[in-house]
Design a binder for this molecule. Structure first.
Ligand code: ZN
Length: 109
């Protein structure tokens, strides 16, 4: 359970705005400006990560050992808005999908 930052009204965890005063809860608006572009980059990076994983699994079986955990980890980081380290991005570039690695590197948070 969380509370409105403006009026203190109790809110549902998934609420995007306060029912009482209409003020945004802030959860879905973490940063103003460039949000749409950032999410497009992240979306494209995620698509290419899946493609990279699928491609790798067709060519060789063993890359699945790191492709799948890295893809899952990236999805989780994006979902919870966690920072993605340069090391992780470079590893994705080399070991999963060069395209998604480049997209991640372009996506400076
Ligand atoms: Zn409120």
């Amino acid at each position: 359970m969380k509370y409105c930052t403006k009026c203190g009204n109790q809110l549902m965890d998934e609420a995007v705005a306060c029912m009482k005063c209409g003020c945004a809860t802030g959860k879905f608006f973490p940063k103003a400006g460039g949000t749409a572009e950032t999410s497009n980059l992240k979306l494209a990076a995620r698509i290419f990560m899946i493609l990279g994983t699928v491609l790798m699994s067709f060519l060789f079986l063993f890359p699945l050992a790191w492709c799948v955990p890295m893809t899952v980890s990236y999805f989780r980081k994006v979902k919870y808005g966690e920072p993605i380290s340069i090391g992780f991005k470079i590893c994705c570039l080399i070991f999963v999908s060069p395209i998604s690695g480049i997209l991640m590197l372009c996506d400076d948070e």
